[in-house]
Design a protein around this ligand. Sequence first.
Ligand code: DGL
Length: 250
Amino acid sequence: MACIGIFDSGSGGLSVLKEILKVLPSEKYIYFSDDAYCPYGGRSREYIIDRSLKIVKALVDKGAQAIVVACNTATGAAIQILRENWPDMPIIGMEPAIKPAVALSKKAVVGVLATESTLHSDKYISTRDRYAKGVKVVEHAGEGFVELVESVRLEGPEVEAVVKKSLEPLLEAGVDVIVLGCTHYPFLLPVMKSVAGPGVQFVDPAPSVARHLKELLESAGFSLGDTGFSIEIKSSGSDETARRLYESII
Ligand code: DGL
């Protein structure tokens, strides 16, 4: 049995939990939504590091034996420092899915939707520069996307208008693949698909993060799947959004 702590600035990380549950359905989970401090997107690196250290400490105090940073923004800002503080604990973060997106693109024009903080992080920039040689990468923040998801507005004309505004610059540049670089964004995927049309594919790194977590736990010697599933949902504000979105992913 493994007790896995997962956190995000809010409920976006539940899109990662959804993929984790497909490969690790019988573990103990603690999900922490930092919704009182959400969004992280425009915050300083120091601020996000401070929140991440406090959250991981709280998760470890509650018994977490492994941590999933289910937030691209917190991964970019804090994963290295978290690993330095808990050197013996498996800690896994989000990877910008540039490499698979480049492999999928026939036009060699790839879009990336992520928060401003992620787009400016060293981790993102070095991944992009490493894997996107010879490919045009068009980046844009999903403006207003996190707020929509945190208020569980996932469809309808208002949502379409917000999504269209951030997708348009990518579509005008001719992208045929878009990387979802923020864990909130998969909740808006049906709307994004209808705005982008059938010629555009979306890449979410969450399934590969889930597989990587499983491998990491196996190689760390956890005996998996032997006690049954449980989940505890916690938040720094109100649990309501996380609970509603959790209902939508199971
Ligand atoms: N869900 C987060 C991410 O993956 C952060 C969104 C935010 O708080 O701005 O980047």
